[in-house]
Design a binder for this molecule. Structure first.
Ligand code: AHG
Ligand code: MN
Ligand code: MN
Length: 333
């Protein structure tokens, strides 16, 4: 007999609930709904080539970028799922200028707030290259039974209770952490379930991949330029020259480096003097995952997770990946 022995995401989070003292099931329900939204968005991403949802929506989002239709769709889908969960009192999204709150009692009683980049790697949608969703969950500071306030969303990354991403790739995966290791689930489309596939992911301490948009080289800080030269130098004992790999979707670039070992860099540039990536939606969740897997994430000076956010859409430089590689980069910075 060849049965099918799998552990689904839902099963897994219910089992893990026991790990949290005083867990009431609220957080479990929230994560469950994140999984549902991920599956719905996945369906749309798969169909993107077939129906008229490719391309621009005709708006400019808060960061001044063109909002793709799929960005809006993913944003809407996750917001609906979060509202349906009844455990989330508010959402901050890369696609929305203001935080999203609800008027009903059940939502305002929710204990968690949710920050997300609903569709990461938008520029890759039209060309069938992997894209993702990044999310981050915090416990609210404001009292339950009220609308959440800005302070709830401006907590430093070290206060995250969970973070993760969905990668819509050659297969679709959901990877998350609650601060007790990193777990990866692969979507089996035949049964419509995320199945545990990557138990306690640990990233190698060393790697031989460097990921950076080198087109911006002329504008990089001197230290980054020198480190890039270091990456290209010949030295067998340290596996150099390293391989350059850059997809242009943070989720995909990070996911590859997480599994294989590597460093991802988005330094300040002329067009983005504070870096391009957003602290709350991109850097904090990725940093939490990286650290949980044994890696490091810094803005060059500070540990990403210790940065006190000043505004919702704040950007910071990001250097993240294998411990020894980030350490080496920091010697150059
Ligand atoms: P988004 O699609 O959510 O706007 O994010 C795109 C980000 C990130 O995914 C990626 O690492 C980076 O932008 C790529 O930027 P460049 O095209 O400047 O390299
Ligand atoms: Mn993004
Ligand atoms: Mn995005």
């Amino acid at each position: 007999m060849h049965g099918y022995n799998v552990k689904t995401l839902t099963q897994f989070i219910i089992e893990r609930q026991a790990d949290f003292p005083y867990a009431t099931g609220e957080f479990t329900r929230l994560l469950y709904h994140v999984g549902v939204a991920a599956k719905l968005v996945n369906k749309k991403v798969n169909k993107a080539g077939l129906v008229d949802i490719l391309g621009e929506a005709g708006n400019i989002n808060i960061q001044g970028e063109e909002q793709k239709k799929l960005d809006l769709l993913a944003n809407w889908q996750f917001i609906q799922a979060l509202k349906n969960s009844r455990e989330c009192c508010g959402v901050a999204s890369e696609e929305d200028q203001e935080i999203i709150t609800w008027d009903d009692e059940l939502s305002q009683d929710g204990n968690y707030i949710f920050c997300m980049d609903p569709l990461d790697g938008s520029s890759n949608i039209d060309v069938n290259v992997s894209i993702g969703t990044i999310f981050s969950i915090y416990r609210r500071i404001s009292p339950r039974g009220t609308k959440p306030i800005m302070e709830d969303f401006l907590q430093p990354g070290n206060k995250q209770v969970a973070a993760g991403y969905v990668i819509y790739g050659s297969s679709t995966m959901l990877v998350y952490t609650t601060g007790r290791g990193v777990y990866g689930f692969t979507l089996d489309p035949s049964i419509g379930e995320f199945c545990l596939s990557h138990l306690n992911i640990l990233t190698p301490d060393d790697g031989n991949i460097y990921s950076i948009n080198e087109g911006n080289y002329n504008h990089f800080p001197e230290g980054v330029k020198k480190y890039i030269e270091y990456c290209k130098q010949e030295d067998k004992s340290t596996k150099r020259p390293y391989s350059a790999r850059y997809i242009g979707s943070l989720v995909s670039d990070f996911h590859r480096n997480l599994l294989k070992g590597g460093i991802f860099m988005y330094p300040p540039t002329a067009s983005a003097p504070k870096g391009k990536l957003r602290l709350i939606y991109e850097c904090n969740p990725i940093a939490f995952l990286a650290e949980q897997a044994g890696g490091v994430a810094t803005d060059g000076v500070r540990r990403i997770l210790d940065i006190q956010p000043e505004s919702l859409h704040q950007r910071v430089p990001l250097y993240v990946g294998s411990k020894n590689m980030v350490q080496k980069l920091q010697e150059f910075l």
